[in-house]
Design a protein around this ligand. Sequence first.
Ligand code: AP5
Length: 194
Amino acid sequence: MFNLVLFGPPGSGKGTQSENIVTTYNLQHISTGDLLRDEVSRHTPLGTEAKKYMDQGMLVPDEVVIGMIDSKIDENPDARGFIFDGFPRTRNQAESLDKLLEFKNTSINLVLSLEVNETDLIKRLVLRGQTSGRSDDTEEVITKRIKEYHLKTQPVADYYETQGKLERVAGDNPIPETFKLLTKNINKYLLPVA
Ligand code: AP5
C-alpha cells in the first residue's frame, strides 16, 4: 500500500492535483474539506458543528476529522493506497494518523508540499469564490484560513521533515507542469496505471 499526503496552504492546488494523481495512480482520495462540506450540505449534527468553524476560516476540532478519516480508510479495504488532501492539519492529527495507520499495518510513504506565494493563493481563491458558492472563499475568510495555516498547519511539515518524508514542490506553475513535478516524486515509489 502507498500512502501520500498532499500538503500545502489553502489554494495551493491540493484538490486540483489530487484528481490527476488519483486517476494516474489509482489511489483512493480522502479530502477532509470535501467530507466536511458533504456533512454540512446534509445538515448532519457533525456538519452543523463543523460549519461554525469553517465559516470563520478556523480548523474544525481534531477529534471530529480523525474519526472521519478512520471510517473512510475502513470503507476501502482493497485500496492500492490513499491520498490525504487537507489532512493532517495539526501535529496532533499527524501523530494520530501515524498511530491509526500503524494499527492497520501501513504508514505514510511520502508527503508532497505544494509551495505557492501568498499573493497568488489569495488571487486564486478570490477568483474561485466568484463561482464556487463556498462560504469560506471571501477575501476576509481566506486571510483567516491562511493565518490558521501558518499557526497550526505549517508545523506538520517539520514533523514529516524530521521523518525524512517531506518533499517540497513548486506549486506556482501552470497545473500540468506542477503535476509533472509531483509525478517525478511519486514515480520513485509507485508506477502509474494510466
Ligand atoms: P479545505 O477544503 O481542505 O480547503 P483548503 O485546504 O483551505 O484549501 P482549498 O481546498 O480551498 O485549496 P486547495 O489547496 O485544495 O486548492 P485547489 O486545488 O482547490 O478546508 C476547508 C475548511 O474545512 C478549513 O478551513 C477547515 O475549517 C475545515 N477542514 C478541512 N480539513 C480539516 C482538517 N484536517 N482539520 C480541521 N479542519 C479542517 O485550488 C484552488 C483554486 O486555484 C482553484 O480554483 C484551482 O482551479 C486554482 N488552481 C489550482 N492550481 C492552480 C495553478 N497551478 N495555477 C492557477 N490556478 C490554480
